[in-house]
Design a protein around this ligand. Structure first.
Ligand code: ADP
Ligand code: MG
Length: 984
């Protein structure tokens, strides 16, 4: 079916988690052979089946043995355990690596879908990374002899916010490591690559890397769900008697949660950083789409590898020199239907991708000679450029990059393996001794363990409470993840936990709600006492601590001490479990109780709320909203707390949009989580979609982080992610049914404007009047019995909006106004009343006349089945005419018209053209490196023809897109024949 160079795609479905079980979620995934079927929970007749190379069922049919390993529960079980996945996929990776192919494997899926379980695994349920590495060393042992030597280098890094951070190095680089382009593709400069000769060594590095990630996620503004983790194993085989060398780069990638890819819809956000957070994943999606289109013979714009760090580094894995496997992980639960569906679609596209893997084989001696000669020439070219006065051109930059790359390779080759191994071993031994010390201490001393939202990062950082004298001690310090042996002084007195270090024995924590001096720990004999300083927030098992409190050894399982964080048990930035040898409580147990209660009350619209299961049975959309609500609540609470600490005067509230609203046909509107943002000082209000909120939250956390680090907040108003310029708000809507018009009957009513909470926001006085062509109302004698009589005739009617009463938005607030907008029969303009201000009961006196030249069946149907939805818009901003949108005055309307559509098409074109111009400049600047060298010349020629091809394709696509856009606008304009005139 698929050829050997196709990207292999597998899908794995995990068991239900606690939360899904609690919500009584239904399973919407089934698997048979290589087919995976997903059912739409809203419409069970709607099924879709996907075919992949492997479908792994891991949802049920398993038991946990006494070691904690998940295994099939019998000979007929369909459960696929970690071992089986390794036997299929892990062994394929190894086989390719031995042949000298580059091999890549990446996991893709929503946060919590099982990516990390698959890649690194948890506890005894080891994942692919450790199993592949362990097996690699096993196989090496079997093959090794005096003429065959094998070298393994291990590196591990994280991409967050377009920055690369080395997970094996101490500390973090402020702007991350640089990504350069070398002869064999892109690589990370100065990335630590540690030689390993045993699996034990590598395992320690892997653990340390994950620990580093965990510390970073607590202390810096990152979360593993937003970052990509790349583990890279460089495997070299040297056959000395044949002067032959093979090498393979094994890349194992745990991608950021794929929900981030979709939230790139916030592209209109004025913050570039917000876009950068998702850039890598969005670009990955685009790269895969382009490659997939290309593979099925479609015409493709250029493949945008260069647009993000992740895709640059994965460019060989995707469509390049690599044998690649992608595993998509999914949840079986109905509440994730949309996310799972898009994950599966993504996988479907990915399987088309064709790679061009070649065996990386070379003659060792020749390579050395080549590299040296190459560098001499490159240097000569640079000297030439400098002589000609060309300083700092792009070409020089590139040449320098190539030299660095070559030198690195030379150095690596010349340095003997033994020597490198010795160096690495010394470092490793230091780490290892710390680890064994820690292991010993775990059995001897009580300690705090961190709890993180991501299970992979939970329980990896330890703080020991040690009562003792001045003996050698290992202390894990937050700022300095590398375990450093140091003397941990006597804590039998009192030591502090807080933001600032006062003395050696203090524990430094940074995080939300943690004060400079937050808590005191006193160790006194067998007793350990914890006491909050001033009014610092501490909870012990969910109960706020007010005075000194004794903590016990071997407390009940899941005991949790929470420092800082929020008033409730939700979402701490840092928290600890006190106790040794007990199960680590999960993040969700820590915060679930309260959120459930509150959310139910809102999501069902009933005080007290229905039970979760019931909600869901009635309406799957509501169940999804319920789930989103739980997820966003703690985030909103966190941002509120930051806002308070930074004295921002902005508050955030979660709301459900369209909780009770219907569309023009009376059908329920899609519910959606929104966040209402209120500026407490001006009382101005904004509504943010959920994605905008989650992206802004990252920026807000960034500001908070700076505040923690330097005590200052960047305070340029236009850069403030807490607040946006004044916007127009949607307050609610009212329905005016049109059916009376079909019988030429006048209609007058007071209609309620219902807001998103289902409450009456205002009342609108409205009239629908059939009239003559000169605008005079028709009398009762004109009433018709059969609307069919109107067919083919001209029809005139008026819409009058006279009053808007009791507007809650305005009541008691100055500087606020309203405006009503509505659409009519597919006309592309929103008709608007003039803006009126500062009074809760408003005289609008607005009349709009509509003329239909020839009544059609379609129009009659429209009248019979549709309502005009009157949208009430809230205006704010101290009486400024924010948007005076009376159409009659010809002033700018906030709603799209044809002009706006044309402008949009042109703008898209303009931005696309900027891209094209950039490529043209790039093209002009590519020059051959050195004409004498065939090798270089070919490199140049390839690059140039590639660029020309990309340029051509881009240009074609820009022009084509503009043509399409314009044609579409003209076509739609022609289609709509109804005229509207306003009465002066
Ligand atoms: P991700 O890395 O995609 O965010 P995780 O790998 O951390 O998700 O998985 C979330 C939870 O689901 C973890 O507690 C993990 O133990 C559990 N889990 C995931 N996949 C499986 C599986 N195949 N079998 C059993 N448990 C699983
Ligand atoms: Mg994970």
């Amino acid at each position: 079916m698929l050829n050997a160079n196709s990207l292999k795609v597998a899908v794995r479905v995990r068991p239900f988690n606690q939360r899904e079980k609690a919500m009584r979620s239904k399973c919407i995934i089934s698997m048979a052979g290589n087919n995976c079927t997903i059912v739409d929970p809203k419409d069970p007749s709607h099924k879709r089946t996907f075919t992949f190379d492997h479908c792994y069922w891991s949802t049920d049919g398993y038991i946990e043995n006494d070691q904690g390993v998940y295994l099939p529960d019998g000979p007929h079980s369909r459960y696929i355990d970690q071992e089986r996945v390794f036997n299929d996929l892990g062994r394929a990776v190894l086989e390719n690596a031995w042949k000298g192919y580059n091999a890549s494997l990446f996991s893709y899926g929503l946060t919590g879908s099982g990516k990390s379980y698959l890649m690194t695994g948890y506890g005894r349920n080891k994942g692919l990374v450790p199993m592949i590495c362990e097996e690699l060393f096993q196989e090496i042992k079997q093959h090794q002899n005096k003429d065959r030597q094998y070298y393994v280098y291990f590196s591990m890094f994280e991409i967050y916010n377009e920055q690369v951070q080395d997970l094996l190095s101490k500390g973090r680089k402020p702007n991350g490591l640089r990504v350069r382009e070398g002869r064999h593709g892109f690589y990370v400069e100065c990335l630590k690559s540690v030689p390993c000769s045993t699996f034990k060594q590598l395992e320690v590095l892997l653990d340390q890397g994950i620990r580093n990630r965990s510390v970073a996620s607590t202390n810096w503004n990152t979360t593993s769900s937003r970052s990509h983790m790349v583990i890279s194993v460089h495997f070299q085989q040297v056959v000395t008697d044949q002067f032959m060398m093979k090498h393979s780069e094994i890349n194992l990638v745990d991608l950021a949660g794929s929900e981030r890819q979709h939230s790139a819809g916030v592209a209109s956000d004025r913050f570039n950083e917000a876009r950068a957070i998702n850039l890598s994943l969005t670009t990955l999606g685009n790269v895969i789409s382009s490659l997939s289109d290309k593979a099925v013979g479609r015409r493709v714009q250029y493949v945008p590898y260069r647009n993000s760090v992740l895709t640059r580094l994965l460019s060989t894995a995707l469509g390049g020199n690599s044998k690649t496997i992608m595993v998509t992980t999914i949840s079986p639960a109905d509440i994730y239907y949309d996310g799972t569906m898009s994950t599966l679609r993504f996988a479907e596209r990915a399987k088309n991708i064709q790679n061009r893997a070649v065996i990386n084989e070379s003659l060792t001696e020749q390579l050395l000679i080549d590299l040296k000669a190459d560098n001499t020439r490159l240097q000569a070219r640079i000297a030439e450029l400098e002589k000609a006065g060309d300083i700092c051109t792009d070409e020089q930059e590139m040449l320098k990059g190539l030299i660095v790359d070559n030198e690195q390779q030379l150095k690596e080759m010349q340095k003997s393996w033994q020597q490198k191994l010795e160096e690495a071993k010394r470092e490793w031994e230091q780490r290892y001794s710390s680890i064994t010390k820690e292991e010993k201490m775990v059995t001897e001393f009580p300690y705090f363990l961190n709890v993180n939202e991501d299970p992979q990062l939970s329980g990896v950082v330890r703080y020991f409470i040690h009562q003792g004298s001045e003996d050698e001690f290992v202390f894990f310090n937050y700022d300095d993840w590398l375990v450093k042996p140091k003397t941990y002084l006597n804590i039998s007195g009192t030591s502090a936990i807080g933001r600032t270090v006062v003395s050696e024995q203090d524990i430094v924590l940074k995080g939300l709600g943690i004060l400079d001096k937050h808590a005191m720990i006193t160790v006194c004999g067998d007793k350990v006492l914890l006491e909050p300083v001033n009014k610092a927030k501490i909870t012990v098992n969910g109960i706020a601590l007010l005075t000194k409190y004794q903590l016990y050894h071997l407390w009940r399982p899941g005991a949790m001490v929470m420092l800082g964080g929020l008033e409730t048990t939700e979402a701490p930035w840092w928290s600890g479990v006190w106790l040794r040898g007990q199960a680590v409580p999960t993040w969700h147990t820590g915060r679930s109780q309260l959120t459930h209660q509150r959310c139910l009350a809102v999501a069902t619209g009933q005080p007290g709320g229905a039970r979760a299961g019931e909600t869901q049975k009635e309406n799957p959309n509501l169940a999804g909203i319920f789930h989103d609500f739980i997820a966003i609540m703690p985030m909103v609470a966190q941002v509120n707390q930051i806002s308070e600490e930074l004295d921002k005067g902005v508050t955030f509230e979660v709301e459900v949009k369209n909780l009770t609203s219907t569309n023009a046909r009376g059908e329920e509107l899609e519910k959606e989580i929104i966040v209402k943002v209120t500026n407490e000082q001006t009382k101005q209000v904004e509504i943010w979609p959920r994605d905008k909120f989650t992206d802004r939250k990252l920026l807000i956390e960034g500001i908070y982080q700076r505040f923690l680090e330097n005590g200052t907040v960047h305070n340029k108003m236009e850069q403030d992610p807490f607040w946006d310029p004044v916007e127009i708000l949607h307050l609610g809507s009212a329905h005016v049914w049109l059916e009376t018009l079909a019988y030429c009957i006048a209609y007058e009513d007071q209609v309620d404007v219902i807001n998103y909470r289902g409450k009456v926001e205002a009342v609108i006085q409205i009239r629908l009047l059939p009239c003559t062509s000169s605008g005079n109302p028709l009398g009762e004698e004109s009433v018709i019995v059969d609307p069919g009589d109107l067919l083919g005739k001209r029809m005139d009617f008026q819409m009058q909006i006279s009053l808007c009463l009791g507007v809650k938005w305005i009541r008691g607030h100055s500087g606020r106004g309203v405006q009503i907008g509505f659409m009519m029969y597919g006309l592309p303009v929103m008709f608007c009343t003039p803006a009126v201000w500062n009074h809760a009961n408003l005289l609008l006196d607005y009349t709009m006349c509509f003329t239909i030249q020839r009544v059609t069946t379609d129009f009659l149907n429209y009248l019979k089945t549709h309502a005009v939805v009157l949208e009430l818009w809230g205006l704010q901003g101290n009486g400024d005419p924010v948007k005076s949108t009376d159409d009659r005055s010809g002033q700018k309307s906030p709603f799209p018209s044809w002009d706006a559509e044309f402008a949009k098409a042109l703008k898209t074109f303009y931005f696309n053209m900027i891209g094209v111009r950039g490529r043209l400049i790039q093209l002009k600047e590519v020059r051959p490196l050195d004409e004498e060298r065939i090798h270089c010349l070919r490199y140049f020629a390839n690059e140039r023809s590639e660029l020309i091809k990309e340029l051509g394709e881009e240009l074609e696509s820009c022009v084509g897109r503009l043509k399409n856009d314009v044609a579409k606008i003209i076509r739609r304009k022609k289609e709509l024949q109804i005229d509207a005139t306003a009465l002066a």
